[in-house]
Design a binder for this molecule. Structure first.
Ligand code: ZN
Length: 230
């Protein structure tokens, strides 16, 4: 399970840190679904800034380490709270996007979906609109919106079925993401946490706490695993 921390070294600042999206745009003002409904033009200023941050990013050694772990047969599913698609681009094939993805835009009126690229290319500067003329919304989860049902179910199944859960770059304290490591632990999984600082998980569900950056720790971990299996 991963969060914003794993993408920081790809140039996407943690949302709440200086330079992060919630430092530049107050989430209470820009990230509530009601704000999108009442003033989509304003909210799209934040969405463009987010799109620029995410659009320039490349997978870093942390993402690549997880992809390598999958190729070695030790990692099955990645549950991510990130919307940047860097896990898929690194090579992981089973990724549960808990908070949706920045890749598609959806029409809240007629349900039509668009690739982000095709829309933003044609419509730079203006708010992207559907054929039906309603304003389009990126397929990311706003505050006040439910987690996509399928993501909830898949995350829960993966958590309850795993032998080991690695929690990387997230304190996972916000409901319902917060339930995932606990569900794994209750079902007998070993929990390995990779974070820069201790989190509320560290003294509750974590069995092994690896303190440091995922960019350096994950490749070392993969290398150590490779040595033991060769
Ligand atoms: Zn539409």
């Amino acid at each position: 399970m991963t969060g914003a921390g794993i993408s920081v070294d790809s140039g996407i600042p943690d949302f709440r840190s200086p330079g992060g999206i919630w430092d530049l745009f107050d989430p209470m003002e820009y990230a509530q679904i009601e704000a999108f409904h009442s003033n989509p033009e304003k909210v799209w200023k934040m969405l463009r800034a987010l799109g620029d941050m995410v659009g320039d990013a490349e997978p870093n050694p942390g993402h690549l380490g997880l992809a390598h772990l999958e190729r070695l047969g030790f990692l099955k599913t990645v549950i991510t709270q990130n919307v940047d698609r860097l896990h898929q681009r690194a090579g992981n094939t089973d990724v549960v996007e808990f908070h949706g993805s920045d890749e598609h835009l959806v029409c809240l009126r007629c349900g039509k979906r668009y690739e982000r690229q095709e829309v933003s290319q044609e419509d730079k500067g203006a708010v992207p609109r559907c054929e039906c003329n309603a304003v389009l919304k990126p397929d990311v989860v706003f505050f006040g919106e439910p987690i996509p049902e399928q993501a909830l179910v898949r995350a829960d199944m993966a958590a309850r079925g795993c032998k080991v859960m690695m929690v990387v770059g997230t304190s996972a304290v916000v409901f319902p993401a917060s339930q995932i490591p606990f569900a794994a632990k209750r079902n007998g999984a070993t929990v390995i946490e990779v974070n820069l600082e201790a989190t509320p998980l560290t003294d509750s569900v974590t069995d092994f706490f690896l303190k440091g950056s995922s960019t350096s720790l994950l490749p070392s971990l993969v290398e150590a695993i490779e040595k033991t299996i060769l």
